[in-house]
Design a protein around this ligand. Structure first.
Ligand code: C5P
Length: 404
């Protein structure tokens, strides 16, 4: 069976010279088994007529946002819900700017704004337009919003210039779509995670906190999602954009994080505790802002619940993964933590050094499990998260006897 069998793809076509290649792409997607509907912007119709796509796909092409006839066939929200993914090829600089700014000025941009499914863009434009800081800023924005960027390619351009900006060839886009839509190994598996740090209030304006940025937890949540898992992320306060297709529950304190986790833990098969949970909280929270009246102030702290240990001690615990941030004897302390908390796998990292750790974009990890260990070298947290997600998947499958 083809990997695109029964997959529903909404093919968006913008106004660029490579729009003619979209007709070839449409045929290739169909031949691979996908069901395709086409949406064209008005400038796309200056390059190729809707009739070309209609004849190839066997369905009317959607072009208008406010056309009662087209809306009667399938309104724009139903169209966004119908598809498994939206692929915009070619995606022009103008279209990218529109989605980066949340415009809903025509049917295609409205569909992207209304969509809860993955969206991939295949950019196509002149190399100077691609390199322009405004375009690069828009690209940066939409990638953070969760848009996938397929391309562009480098090479000769229709305008006679050479450089980055060519749309990927239809066969490459077909391969990207097939890889992207193939069922992930964790499809249907529910993963619960914690990320970020907690804030323990002292009074209405102050708290005890830590340096956790949430970057590692958020990157790992995305990597688990990309393996097909249904991810719920219980997050402390962070300044990161919420990742797409991940259920987020935001909390402030360790107690709130514990309650949010315990309310959801029964439904999950894997629990990953990445959060830097405060070990202690102020014994009491002052109702009013504490005034600086004396030379010293004693803050009495009491222990917070250990969420990871509590989950691991459940009668029927999920597969549990913990983190251990240590400043010395990293592996020995992490192994001791793994055993004392009774978790299946622990990811240990060195903190307090110049590279890696809490606020950094890079990190390295040593993974420890019963009878095994593996080191993952210093790299970008997003890459590290992907490698870690694959190791978690493997240990989960081996220990829980889940078929690969
Ligand atoms: O004991 P320590 O804080 O070093 O353990 C770290 C691991 O335990 C991390 O996975 C962290 O998310 C988890 N943890 C927790 N609840 C706490 C403290 C730590 O879930 N109160």
């Amino acid at each position: 069976m083809s990997q695109l069998e029964n997959k529903k793809i909404l093919l968006g076509v913008c106004g660029g010279i490579s729009a003619y290649k979209s007709a070839v792409l449409l045929r290739a997607l169909q031949q691979a088994g996908a069901e395709v509907r086409v949406v064209m912007t008005s400038s796309a119709q200056a390059f190729v007529t809707p009739l070309t796509f209609q004849a190839l796909c066997g369905h009317p092409v959607y072009t208008e946002l406010l056309d009662p006839e087209q809306e009667a066939a399938m309104d724009h929200i139903s169209l966004a819900r119908w598809a498994d993914m939206i692929l915009v090829a070619p995606a022009t600089a103008n279209f990218i700017a529109r989605v980066a700014n949340g415009h809903a000025s025509d049917l295609l941009s409205t569909l992207c704004l209304a969509a809860t499914i993955p969206i991939a863009l295949a950019p196509a434009m002149n190399q100077a337009m691609w390199n322009n800081p405004a375009t690069q800023r828009n690209i940066d924005t939409i990638t953070r919003y969760g848009y996938r960027l397929w391309g562009p390619d480098e090479g000769d351009q229709a305008c006679g210039e050479t450089g980055p900006g060519r749309m990927l060839e239809p066969e490459t886009l077909l391969r990207r779509a097939s890889d992207f839509l193939k069922p992930g190994p964790l499809r249907g598996v529910s993963v619960l995670m914690t990320a970020g740090g907690t804030q323990e209030p002292i009074d209405p304006v102050r708290f005890v906190g830590n340096r956790s940025s949430g970057k590692m937890g958020y990157a790992l949540a995305e990597a688990m999602r990309d393996l097909g898992a249904e991810v719920t992320l219980v997050s402390g306060p962070v300044s990161l954009n919420p990742p797409s297709a991940i259920d987020i529950c935001t909390v402030q304190t360790a107690n709130e994080m514990r309650d949010a986790v315990m309310a959801r833990v029964e439904e999950c098969s894997i629990f990953i505790a990445v959060a830097a949970v405060a070990d202690y909280r102020p014994a009491s929270v002052a109702a009013e802002k504490i005034k600086k009246r004396s030379d010293s102030l004693n803050l009495e702290l009491v222990r917070n619940p250990d969420i990871l240990a509590e989950v691991a001690a459940l009668a029927d615990p999920p597969f549990t993964v913990g983190f251990a941030a240590e400043t010395e004897q990293v592996e020995a302390f992490a192994e001791e933590k793994r055993r004392s908390k009774g978790v299946d796998m622990i990811a240990a990292n060195q903190v307090g050094t110049s590279e890696g750790g809490f606020e950094s974009d890079r990190n390295s990890l040593t993974l420890l499990w019963e009878g095994g260990r593996e080191s993952l070298a210093m790299m970008e947290k997003s890459h590290l998260a992907r490698q870690l997600s694959e190791r978690i998947l493997k240990r989960y499958q081996l220990e829980r006897g889940v078929d690969e």
